[in-house]
Design a protein around this ligand. Structure first.
Ligand SMILES: Nc1ncnc2c1ncn2[C@@H]1O[C@H](COP(=O)(O)OP(=O)(O)OP(=O)(O)O)[C@@H](O)[C@H]1O
Ligand code: SF4
Ligand SMILES: [Mg+2]
Length: 327
């Protein structure tokens, strides 16, 4: 598995676990996930709803809900083990100039009574203690950077369209000059045209600022527009990880194959097919390969007994499937 953590990684996540306590039992949202992100690349984190994408991101940026039951593993960012930092060190060394995140569904979380400029400026005021006036000026700069008028700073959230709000959220995430930007479903609430504009903005920012992205989406076609590599999650685990130009034409995990075949845009030569069955219960996931109850290639007595490790398929292409085990 050495190639999964290349030497030039900006972020390296190993055996990351994030479990939650609920009245029904322990939810194993992230159950031992490993991947890395290189300087300047875009890693798309894909998978169906509930597979643990947002939880993985929240674990990296240490924004944890109160009902955490387990939080462990290794998160190395710029050669620094984040798990060893206390909260104050984490705020200073990671939240400022390190990792920023555009949160899923955050378009609806603007404070309706505060001007957009102050909300964009808030990370500077809170994390760096920058005086309000100065932070406000920087917010105007950031709004300009994402293609909005400086005067948008003086407006209230209800005066902004969805696309403008999403741009303002990106400005807010960029204001602390991060190296790594985590984008969690940044366009899923937008119409197709606005979505395309935001995707173009992300491409432009990446080029101009030399940013590294983790782009989270359930939309494989969208991921293909931006991703250098793709990480596919299933039931809190990594199913497949590989370069986009290998993973899309030649998926090595049956789940990825079925996912790709379910998107007409990616497989125009074939009728789209649907994945039978439902996602695994995060409290009592299936024994063995978590995908085995839905897998058309299941090997009885093996897949339903033992959890497959990540097998190397090719170069930097890995998949957690017994079909790749060398005989
Ligand atoms: N605070 C929490 N308490 C209990 N369970 C949670 C909590 N947060 C998330 N979960 C559960 O953890 C699992 C993973 O959720 P997560 O939000 O990470 O999935 P996701 O891949 O981001 O899904 P989506 O595509 O719907 O955003 C789900 O079963 C979810 O219900
Ligand atoms: S390990 Fe078995 S059940 Fe799991 S994806 Fe591979 S073939 Fe299917
Ligand atoms: Mg999510």
């Amino acid at each position: 598995m050495d190639d999964i953590e290349p030497n030039d990684a900006l972020l390296s996540v190993k055996n990351l676990v994030l479990h939650f306590t609920t009245s029904r039992g322990i939810v194993r949202a992230v159950d031992g996930v490993s991947f890395s992100v290189r300087h300047g690349e875009t890693l798309a984190l894909v998978g169906e709803s509930g597979s643990g994408k947002s939880s993985t991101a929240l674990a990296i940026i240490r924004l944890l809900p109160r009902n955490v039951a387990a939080y462990r593993g290794s998160i190395i960012f710029e050669k620094m083990e984040l798990m060893n930092l206390d909260d104050e060190e984490f705020r200073k060394r990671v939240r400022v100039g390190g990792i920023s995140m555009v949160f899923q569904g955050a378009m609806n979380s603007f404070n309706p009574v505060l001007r957009v400029g102050f909300q964009v400026a808030e990370p500077l005021i809170v994390n760096l203690g920058v005086p309000r006036e100065e932070a406000y000026k920087k917010a105007e700069d950031a709004l300009e950077l994402v293609g909005l008028e400086r005067s948008v700073a003086q407006r209230y959230p209800f005066e902004l369209s969805g696309g403008m709000k999403q741009r303002a959220l990106i400005a807010m995430a960029l204001i602390t000059n991060p190296k790594l930007l985590i984008l969690d479903e940044p366009t899923s609430a937008l119409d197709v045209m606005t979505q395309a504009n935001v995707m173009n903005l992300l491409k432009k920012l990446k080029k101009e600022l030399g940013l590294t992205y983790i782009f989270i989406t359930h939309d494989l076609a969208l991921a293909s527009e931006l991703a250098d590599r793709v990480a596919v999650m299933y039931g809190g685990l990594m199913a497949e990880l590989g370069p986009s130009d290998e993973l899309y034409p030649k998926p090595r995990h049956p789940y990825t194959e079925l996912l790709i075949n379910s998107v007409p845009f990616l497989r125009q030569d074939k009728e789209p097919t649907f994945i039978r069955g439902s996602p695994p219960d995060p409290i009592e996931p299936p024994i063995g390969c978590r995908f085995h109850p839905r897998c058309p290639y299941v090997i009885k007595g093996k897949c339903d007994v033992s959890t497959p490790p990540m097998f190397k398929a090719d170069g930097e292409h890995w998949a957690a499937c017994w079909l790749l085990e060398e005989k």
